[in-house]
Design a protein around this ligand. Structure first.
Ligand SMILES: C[S@@+](CC[C@H](N)C(=O)[O-])C[C@H]1O[C@@H](n2cnc3c(N)ncnc32)[C@H](O)[C@@H]1O
Length: 271
């Protein structure tokens, strides 16, 4: 890794904020802080979203929660009569979700898997993917995931997800910066330098963020994340290209967001 290199479009890093042993613990804490919108949305928004999802998916349906995190949505849907499978790449989140399901006596099946690379079951009436996770994928990954979802959904199955709209850009600024931390923060338990590059690829409607963590006597770690944003016509084109049809959108579910952007579109798509 050359830390001076500028972030390239759709570049991926070896390290991941979702699977790193230290960061994923802090990520879990952020998911579980239901007052703010980091990692998972605040509890009022989650409840509002669940209500809307339930108008789209009949009770008793078999639902796959993709990127379920600690199971905040899975748990509520299970309590409301849905048959839930949750898949997430974070061991830490899945282990929390599994324990919580046991504690609450909920029959949810949770799996720690990479939904792009591993078997995620089949015969679902619905697949949900919440908090703009679909838009965190680069185009080749989106095609892989859409193809997978198409194949594991029953004939009348529905895919529900949310994406940022162009208003995401209102809260973002291109930037190259660094800071020193004495440690015990989100990124590391020990003193470190943090280098950050935020870049807008205007033509592709995507923001990239590269964070490099440098600790004494260790190899630097690099984390790259992506945020696509969409107009309704762009998302419809992408769905159609991958054999889905756009059924409806909802732009009014998110009225506040303390972390990213409230300019979000929920999408209902069918095969
Ligand atoms: C923004 S969080 C949203 C979590 C949850 N949907 C929520 O809103 O509470 C994105 C989640 O996707 C998971 N994730 C990211 N890439 C994944 C992959 N390739 N396979 C499975 N899970 C993934 C992360 O671990 C994380 O829990």
């Amino acid at each position: 890794m050359n830390i001076n290199n500028e972030l390239k479009l759709y570049q991926r890093s070896k390290d991941s904020i979702w699977t790193d042993g230290y960061i994923s613990k802090n990520m879990l804490a952020a998911h579980l802080d239901l007052d703010n919108d980091a990692a998972s949305r605040n509890i009022n928004t989650i409840n509002k979203t669940i209500k809307w999802i339930e108008t789209k998916i009949p009770k008793n349906s078999k639902v796959l929660d993709l990127g379920c995190g600690p199971g905040l949505y899975s748990s509520l849907l299970s309590k409301n009569g849905y048959s839930i499978t949750g898949v997430d790449i974070s061991k830490c989140s899945i282990s929390y979700a599994q324990n919580k399901a046991i504690e609450e006596g909920l029959p949810i099946s949770y799996f720690c898997k990479d939904y792009l690379k591993e078997d995620i079951g089949t015969g679902y009436d619905a697949v949900i993917c919440i908090y703009c996770d679909f838009g965190a994928l680069i185009p080749t990954e989106q095609e892989i995931l859409l193809d997978k979802i198409y194949n594991i959904l029953n004939d009348d199955g529905v895919f529900i997800f949310d994406v940022f709209k162009p208003g995401l850009c209102d809260n973002k600024k291109e930037n190259r910066d660094w800071r020193y931390s004495t440690g015990e923060d989100f990124w590391s338990s020990v003193p470190h330098l943090l280098l950050e590059e935020v870049k807008h690829f205007v033509e592709q409607n995507i923001w990239g963020t590269k964070t490099v963590i440098i600790e004494k006597d260790k190899k630097p770690r690099e984390y790259i994340t992506w945020d696509n944003y969409y107009t309704i016509s762009k998302i419809e084109k992408l769905l159609n290209k991958n054999k889905f049809k756009l059924v409806s959108t909802n732009n009014n579910l998110i009225t506040e967001n303390t972390f990213a952007s409230k300019d979000v579109m929920f999408v209902e798509a069918k095969k």
